[in-house]
Design a protein around this ligand. Structure first.
Ligand SMILES: NC(=O)c1ccc[n+]([C@@H]2O[C@H](COP(=O)([O-])OP(=O)(O)OC[C@H]3O[C@@H](n4cnc5c(N)ncnc54)[C@H](O)[C@@H]3O)[C@@H](O)[C@H]2O)c1
Length: 331
């Protein structure tokens, strides 16, 4: 039995971005725990919203197609919810540099519209924000703790940081019960597989399954921390169901960082197909590359007992298997 099943049973839970990767995986767990789940999503074309993501739970969830920038919709949706997982967002680092105003619209204005709706219509809801490791930007030291300076290297990182800051401010000033998770590179089932603009490891799974070349920039020696999506779901459930950590922001990490190149090798071996090619760093990618990233997740571990459980080889095995079975819905 899940330690939080008594908490979530019959609770009303809203997930914005609920048809996307993180949102839909979380939705499956919430349904299993007996929550009354509403998913809202604008199904914007570039992102990971996909009706197939909720095929198994379609009858158990309530769906609302709306945009987080629309205040009337958000005001209606947040009412009566016990826990809100605010996961919708513009997710591409690359696009944030070519379409900065769209990123600002969704990741700044959208967050304020959402928070204002909560402040006015449901100030008692528990709110979990999907922050990102991208908020740290250029690194001074690793492993990265939550008090590391935040100097984002792209518009996405700046606006996600603004989004987190809005949440924590609404916690301090208006008393909302907020927590932010600074999510790591996450991979697993139900991610968009249409392009490699974000979620690069998932994109590589597609390339490997299609027996295509996987391009590694430079020597591929940069350290990365990858989390399997089920571990991220557990973190969402934990912070959503416990109040000790309100007002805080937590890193997630793997505890087992790997070199980018070794991640690709592990994938090629799990998939049994694909190949690696190496080229010099393209200028636009080099400009927003932050070097080694290793998260220190000891804060959430000691506050709430969270720790990652699924290692990279096992996570990749499950991921490869999922897309082998479901590729027609994602390619
Ligand atoms: N997946 C990761 O590795 C990762 C890492 C760090 C942070 N995050 C954050 O987690 C969140 C979700 O990421 P994901 O990987 O699930 O991406 P995703 O693209 O699969 O999901 C995002 C969902 O939000 C929806 N959405 C986007 N803009 C919207 C809007 N204006 N109104 C309503 N819905 C909208 C999309 O349609 C999509 O279904 C993002 O905010 C992202 O910044 C993800």
């Amino acid at each position: 039995m899940h330690p939080l099943s008594a908490f979530y049973k019959d609770k009303s839970a809203l997930i914005t971005g609920g048809l996307g990767f993180l949102g839909s995986n979380l939705a499956h767990s919430l349904v299993t725990l007996g929550a009354r789940v509403t998913l809202s999503d604008a199904l914007l074309p570039l992102y990971g919203g996909n009706m197939h993501n909720v095929r198994d739970i379609r009858k158990e969830v309530h769906l609302e197609f709306c945009d987080i920038r629309d205040s009337l919709s958000m005001e209606r949706l947040v009412r009566g919810q016990d826990v809100i997982f605010h996961i919708a967002g513009q997710t591409s680092h690359v696009d944030s540099m070519t379409e900065p105003l769209l990123d600002e619209e969704i990741n700044c204005k959208g967050n304020l519209v959402f928070l204002e709706a909560c402040r006015k219509w449901n100030p008692n809801a528990k709110i979990v924000y999907a922050g990102t490791r991208g908020q740290y930007g250029k690194l001074h030291s690793t492993p990265v703790r939550e008090d590391h300076p935040m100097e984002p290297v792209d518009i996405y990182g700046i606006n996600k940081l603004a989004g987190e800051s809005y949440h924590l401010l609404y916690g301090r000033v208006h008393g909302l019960r907020v927590v932010s998770l600074r999510i790591n590179n996450t991979y697993g089932p139900r991610h968009q597989m249409k392009h490699g603009k974000y979620g690069i490891l998932n994109w590589f799974v597609r390339l490997a399954l299609e027996d295509e070349a996987i391009t590694v920039y430079g020597d591929g020696g940069q350290l990365r921390d990858y989390n399997y999506v089920d571990d991220v779901t557990e973190a969402f459930l934990l912070v959503g169901g416990r109040d000790e950590a309100n007002g805080k922001a937590f890193n997630l990490g793997s505890g087992n960082p790997v070199r980018f190149m070794d991640m690709v090798k592990t994938l090629l071996s799990e998939a049994g197909s694909g190949r690696m090619v190496r080229i010099p760093w393209p200028r636009d990618r080099a400009a927003i590359e932050v070097g080694d990233y290793v998260a220190d997740y000891s804060a959430i571990q000691s506050a709430l007992g969270w720790e990652p459980r699924v290692g990279l080889p096992e996570g990749l095995k499950r991921t490869v298997e999922f897309y082998r079975q479901n590729k027609e819905f994602y390619w």
